[in-house]
Design a protein around this ligand. Structure first.
Ligand code: ACM
Length: 690
């Protein structure tokens, strides 16, 4: 097949070349009879056995007499997933007398997970039966997710391969934080996020419910908070209860965050009397650190907080309550003479001392309501009570400081998704780094980590593509051993997990695809645009803010919003060029050469094709420079290949021109970054060496 007809075929099928490369790179070289390990997160211990068990319509289950509605529902979900993924109808009787899958749970009384829940499980699959054992139903839920990930094809059938797995999480706190204040995230986003979290064994949903830009939950005690602070975009308490029940049924704790004493502008719109400076307040539309802050010197503030914490404590059953504490700039405290007088009277030298006083009083209230407090690392001072959990966002160091003082901690600093780092970069950052000086007892105070998704630059349509699949790689960091650090193997499994998450209803692939159709106006035009988009990622939060001055009112349906961080083509192209340059098998090398040629030709064609579409679809002009550069990069690729193949050294002028192109293309332009430049540089360098 010649290149043009291959491309037409792909286009006709709506398949992007990124996808093609993915398919080709995953094609097994031989029929395998053994375990194809696609588990993510990697289990603690796994031993492949001999043989496999076929999934047929006779697949049966026994819960060994356990009657727990959460376990029953999770088992049914697993059977439905097996059905969906194999096309084989499977009965839903859960007490079969001769089961294929037996689930044995020691204590089947669980109703919701806690920090102390035993999450271990073991799985023993032979060629005749599968036994899943766990201490608690929540361990069993993890085992059920593993069973779904074990399904593989063998000789034209779907099977579960024989395997022995003993699994246990490295950290008990494996969280994901979703900011629903800067942009409100409707319930479907929350539910599908919980689905995906359960699939990769994350167990804490940290719900950042309030900030300057929105107060997103109904308060019955203080209805003005929601009425004036939310633009009508909030969750009712009934909706919250449903979310908590759903999360519990998926083995996930819900830890709400009410960020105080700063980041409270939306609170002060309805209750300005809580503020440190009396002025009219409006919901913040722009992002940053604002002066509005609760007044820490008045008893009325604590009376309010007592009632408010009482209300949320009875709504959220988890033992932990997050009360923020970050980025409180102290400006309004210094601006109010009576607060300054209070500081003098109490011998406080700085607003940090005042915040410490506030945190201490709030913590006492939290204790009165039988909760433990989590706060961002700003709340950590020598006087911070030992049961406060410190969430580190400014660097890993504060966790070490916390642990030295006896406080437990959660690491988030390396896991900010809006930094748009690759999965690889974040994955290699460990909650207990190699150079940690903590003793082994202190290390036990590191409870785990949380991935954070701040919502300044996302909407419900784009959130999934920022969160997934990268968060799945971090789920492995939190679950698996610290030695699990093989990046290529992580990407191999991550691309498979990404498709599984797509099957669960996550929109990290379909959302951007839909966006491209809106930008380009037709399916055919969208597949041209997809070629360009597959080579780009969004610039980091800070870079985007610099270029765009993004606010809550900035429209988000633009080209940058449909680029994906760390898109699959980055790793696929790296592998493809690596095969081309280094494969010892001539046929493999030739195949890689051909795929590269097809890819580069498609880039060359895409620029003019998009130019032709742009007059009818002016939004395409958001990527004018990028499409010109992609055509040039395609030419760079074709010419490098020709030079390497013909052993004809390129001229110095050509090499200089290519290096200039690569350098210019590396600029942050049109809110995007190219993800394809390193392998292209390798091709130019190799051509230059001939
Ligand atoms: C934070 O990022 N201010 C917690």
């Amino acid at each position: 097949m010649n290149h043009a007809s291959t491309l037409e075929l792909l286009r006709a099928r709506g398949i992007s070349l990124g996808t093609l490369c993915l398919l080709v790179s995953l094609m097994p070289t031989a029929q395998s009879q053994t375990l194809q390990n696609t588990l993510l997160p990697a289990p603690l211990n796994i031993i492949a056995g001999n043989g496999s068990i076929a999934i047929t319509k006779d697949f049966t289950v026994s819960l060994s007499g356990a009657h727990n509605p959460i376990l029953e529902a999770a088992t049914r979900r697993t059977l439905e997933s097996l059905e969906r993924n194999t096309g084989i109808p499977i009965g839903k009787d859960l007490q079969s007398p001769s089961p294929t899958l037996t689930i044995q749970v020691q204590d089947s009384t669980g109703t919701r997970p806690t920090l102390e829940t035993d999450e271990d499980y073991s799985l023993s699959a032979t060629s005749s039966k599968i036994v899943l054992r766990a201490q608690t139903i929540f361990g069993a839920l993890h085992g059920l997710e593993t069973i779904q990930q074990l399904v593989q094809a063998e000789d034209g059938h779907y099977v579960i391969p024989a395997v022995e797995i003993n699994d246990s999480p490295r950290f008990p706190w494996r969280g994901f934080m979703l900011d629903v204040s800067r942009h409100f995230m409707p319930l479907p986003v929350v539910y599908r996020t919980l689905d995906a979290m359960a699939a990769v064994k994350l167990n804490v949903f940290h719900w950042h419910l309030t900030d300057d830009q929105g107060f997103r939950i109904e308060s019955r005690r203080f209805p003005l908070l929601t009425a004036k602070g939310s633009d009508g975009l909030f969750y009712t308490q009934d909706q919250v209860r449903d979310v908590i029940a759903y999360a519990s049924a998926h083995g996930i704790r819900v830890v709400p965050e009410f960020d105080i004493p700063g980041h409270v502008t939306s609170w002060l719109v309805g209750m300005p009397e809580l503020g440190s400076v009396q002025r009219p307040y409006e919901i913040s539309r722009t992002f940053g650190i604002w002066d509005g802050a609760l007044d820490p010197t008045r008893d009325s503030t604590y009376k309010f907080l007592d009632a408010f914490i009482g209300e949320i404590s009875s709504l959220f059953p988890d033992e932990y309550l997050h009360l923020g504490g970050d980025e409180s700039n102290g400006a309004d405290w210094k601006a109010n003479p009576s607060i300054v007088a209070f500081m003098h009277a109490h011998n406080m030298k700085s607003t940090d001392d005042l915040q410490n006083y506030f945190s201490t009083r709030v913590l006492a209230l939290v204790h009165q309501h039988h909760k433990q407090m989590v706060g961002w690392d700003e709340i950590l001072t020598p006087g911070t009570p030992k049961d406060a959990v410190i969430q580190s966002w400014r660097g890993v160091e504060s966790l070490a400081v916390a642990a030295n003082r006896g406080n437990r901690g959660i690491l988030s600093a390396p896991y900010y998704l809006d930094g748009m780092k690759t999965a690889e970069q974040m994955y290699l950052d460990d909650p207990i780094p190699d150079n940690s000086t903590l003793t082994s007892d202190q290390q036990k105070l590191i409870l785990g980590g949380e991935v954070c998704m701040w919502a300044e630059q996302i909407t419900a349509q784009t959130v999934d593509s920022r969160v997934w699949p990268r968060t799945a790689a971090l789920a492995e960091r939190f679950w698996s051993t610290r030695q699990t650090r093989d990046v290529s193997d992580m990407y191999r499994r991550l691309e498979i997990e990404s498709i599984r998450l797509d099957g669960l209803g996550l929109t990290h692939i379909s959302g951007p695809e839909s966006g491209l159709r809106q930008l380009a106006g037709s399916e055919a035009a969208a597949s041209q645009l997809a070629l360009l988009i597959s080579t780009l990622s969004p610039v980091s939060f800070h870079e985007r803010y610099e270029q765009q001055k993004t606010s809550q009112l900035t429209p988000m349906g633009n080209a940058v919003d449909y680029t994906r961080p760390d898109p699959p083509l980055r790793e696929d192209l790296r592998l493809l060029v690596d095969r081309y340059l280094h494969s010892s098998a001539p046929a493999d090398r030739a195949a890689a050469h051909q795929q590269l040629q097809i890819l580069f030709q498609s880039w060359i064609a895409s620029g003019p094709a998009l130019d032709a579409l742009a007059p009818e679809h002016p939004k395409l002009n958001q990527l004018t420079l990028r499409r010109t550069q992609l055509t040039q990069l395609g030419q760079l690729g074709i010419q490098s290949l020709a030079s390497i193949e013909s052993h004809t050294p390129p001229t110095t002028t050509w090499i200089e021109a290519q290096n200039t192109l690569l350098k210019t293309a590396a600029d942050h332009s049109e809110l995007t970054d190219f993800v394809i430049l390193l392998p292209l540089q390798q091709l130019v360098d190799t051509a230059g060496k001939h």
